[in-house]
Design a protein. Structure first.
Length: 249
């Protein structure tokens, strides 16, 4: 097989896999509100641990998910396409794609239909204000939406930010394409074998092994079962607080 034919085959295989992975995940009903202000500055940080959403590449196309969608944090990084529906007064045409970057907590003091929008079992998206205004008028406040899971399209590779200290390596994984949400991570030092990491919170994964002075490799598995391996992505001279780029899904 020629190199060109192999490349074409690989691309077609990837597209077929992506289509299969999200086949059957049709449109679902939910509601959407907005938060964070006109510049979305109030959306920074959040329960997924991504920190500054601008510098991390997520921008303002982001959403906080209700309990029914957040999956205890495992949905962090997942991408959703949505459109405003069934409200001619407030809806705008078209759809948007957003990444899950935060949690919308329930408010047991308010009824589900009057302020307790994120109470279980409601499916709700609290969107960054700029992306909300792409599908609905600002004055609407809350609108009905249809949504579906879609593959995440990200520029550049998967990023690994190493925080913590010796014997407590806390790795924030961002800019994940494909499924977007990570369900398993393994780490390998240049002097060790592969070791599973545990999810601490959001998309922060931890290892309690001493790995200082070793080149670090990672295996990252998304919710669709696909795995990307980043070999020696961090050199032996890595340091806490630094970010290292690996391959993409």
């Amino acid at each position: 097989m020629s190199h060109f034919a192999f490349v074409v085959f690989s691309i077609v295989a990837f597209l077929c896999y992506s289509a299969h992975a999200y086949a059957g995940q049709g449109w679902n009903d939910a509601h959407a509100t907005f938060y964070g202000g006109g510049d979305a500055s109030g959306t920074m940080g959040g329960a997924c641990g991504y920190g500054n959403l601008y510098s991390q590449g997520y921008g303002t196309n982001t959403a906080a998910l209700s309990t029914a969608l957040f999956n205890g944090g495992l949905s962090c990084g997942a991408c959703f396409e949505m459109r405003c529906v069934n409200d001619e007064k407030w809806c705008l045409p078209g759809s948007v794609v957003v990444t899950a970057t935060n949690f919308c907590p329930p408010n047991s003091g308010l009824p589900n239909n009057a302020g307790g929008w994120c109470n279980p079992p409601l499916r709700h998206f609290d969107l960054a204000q700029p992306v909300f205004q792409q599908i609905a008028h600002y004055s609407a406040g809350i609108v009905p939406v249809s949504f579906r899971r879609v593959p995440c399209q990200k520029k550049g590779g998967v990023r690994f930010t190493i925080n913590g200290h010796s014997y407590f390596n806390l790795v924030l994984i961002t800019n994940v394409g494909g499924a977007g949400d990570i369900h398993a991570v393994s780490i390998k030092g240049s002097k060790t074998g592969w070791q599973p990491m545990s999810r601490n919170w959001g998309q922060n994964w931890q290892s309690n092994n001493y790995l200082n002075g070793q080149a670090l490799s990672f295996k990252v598995t998304g919710s669709d079962g696909r795995t990307v391996t980043a070999l020696n992505v961090a050199p032996p001279s890595w340091s806490f607080g630094m970010t290292y780029n690996g391959p993409q899904f």
